[in-house]
Design a protein around this ligand. Structure first.
Ligand code: SAH
Ligand code: SF4
Length: 389
């Protein structure tokens, strides 16, 4: 018997081709896709407007299988984190962040990460493997319909959509798992699936220059670039990929991307590390970096208060320092925000996504660790207020 094909692995064009192989017309693929991605169906028998003969054919050949949920925690601020099983002892994390007018889902693209940034706990666990399309889009599928069940909202286009924005900022470097990431992006944008606009889907990269260009041609969603340093020497030590793709090349790639981007700016993420990258001089270097060259790079800065973890040996910049740093950028006309840290009581904040299988169920211990962090870094740990706009 041949293995069942997982329909979550197929983008819209591939689903049409698959239906073609079964002797079905393209509109059947659309119906099927709506059942899967708009109604959250995983049972062919529930797809009542498909002919019984087609349902039977599908039952013998196909399946709709998202990765299984290992754990599901909701933080005091409403942030919800799922740990999902991606096989062979690997788990990745998916985080839902509710805000007043939107719900953002932060998804993972790899189990672990090979880039090994100094301040990132995902990097510290090394690279395990790339996620498949079904495992990437399956996180959105799972989260959207889990949230609807929790909130008593009916599936289908009539029910209020829970996830309005997606950020690829979980575990892994999306541009080093390019094809499955782009296939998943296409499903997010497709009107017969999630129908999100390109502006509401953001891919975050540590700066894989050739793949930034490729993304601009294949699926130009909003782009965030993890900068973290204002000169090559410093960035080499924080983001090792910089040795291969130094800042001048990265800035040039950003300028090229802007011609295709859905927004007229790139978001630069900058993790604030006490005494490492947070001086006035660093801020001035950043301004020079984005303003010099053939033309300035149209950008916004998002300063991320570092979420410490013991092995890193690094500390979070103090709040007043972060505000002063933000002010220098803002005074130079660069829109700058400080990211509010959310969900850190359940280890769901940026860079805390370790997907550690050993750590799956130890919520009590995590809470203890959090209390320890708060003792060490102050009671306002994770409670930084957004400044600027
Ligand atoms: N690999 C991609 C996307 C995942 S990381 C990238 O690096 O862009 C998402 C964001 O979280 C990045 O900007 C990353 O630098 C940041 N991050 C990683 N570790 C962090 C930590 N300990 N504290 C705060 N932000 C962190
Ligand atoms: Fe990988 Fe991003 Fe973490 Fe760097 S910050 S190790 S690129 S996940």
């Amino acid at each position: 018997m041949t293995a069942l094909i997982n329909l979550l692995d197929l983008d819209p064009a591939q689903l049409v081709a698959y239906c073609g192989e079964l002797g079905e017309k393209p509109f059947r693929a659309k119906q099927l896709q709506r059942w899967i991605h708009q109604f959250g169906a995983d049972d062919f028998d529930a797809m009542t407007d498909l002919a019984k003969s087609l349902r039977d054919k599908l039952k013998g050949r196909a399946t709709i299988a998202a990765p299984a949920i290992i754990s599901d925690h909701t933080s005091a601020d409403g942030t919800r984190k799922w740990l999902v099983d991606v096989g062979a002892g690997n788990a990745v994390e998916t985080v839902y962040i509710p805000e007043d007018n939107r719900g953002t889902l932060c998804i993972s693209t790899q189990a672990g990460c090979a880039v090994n940034c100094r301040f990132c706990s995902t990097g510290k666990q090394g690279f395990n493997r790339n996620l498949s399309v079904a495992e990437i889009i399956g996180q959105l599928w799972m989260a959207e319909f889990e949230l609807r069940r929790t909130h008593g909202i009916e599936p289908g286009p009539k029910g209020e959509r829970q996830i309005t924005n997606v950020v690829m900022m979980g575990m892994g470097e999306p541009l080093l798992n390019f094809e499955p990431t782009v296939t998943a992006l296409k499903l997010m944008l497709d009107d017969n699936a999630y129908g999100l606009s390109r502006r509401r889907v953001t891919l975050s990269t540590s700066g894989v220059v050739p793949m930034i260009d490729k993304l601009s041609q294949e699926c130009p969603v909003a782009l965030a670039v993890s900068l973290h340093a204002s000169n090559d020497g410093l960035r080499d030590s924080l983001v090792p990929l910089n040795k291969k793709h130094p800042l001048a090349d990265l800035m040039a790639a950003c300028r090229r991307y802007l011609e295709f981007a859905p927004r007229d700016f790139i978001t630069f993420e900058y993790c604030m590390l006490d005494g490492v990258n947070d001086t006035d001089q660093h801020a001035r270097e950043l301004i020079a970096l984005v303003k010099t060259g053939p033309q300035p790079v149209s950008c916004k800065f998002n300063l991320i208060p570092f979420n410490p973890f013991p092995e890193s040996g690094l500390l979070r910049s103090k709040n007043p320092r972060i505000k002063e740093f933000a002010q220098i950028l803002a005074d130079a006309g660069i829109v700058t925000t400080v990211r509010k840290t959310r969900g850190d009581d359940i280890d769901a904040a940026c860079g805390q996504l370790a997907g550690d299988v050993q750590d799956r169920t130890r919520v009590a211990q995590r809470m203890e660790k959090m209390a320890e962090y708060q003792k060490k870094f102050g009671p306002d740990f994770g409670r930084i207020v957004e400044v600027g706009s």
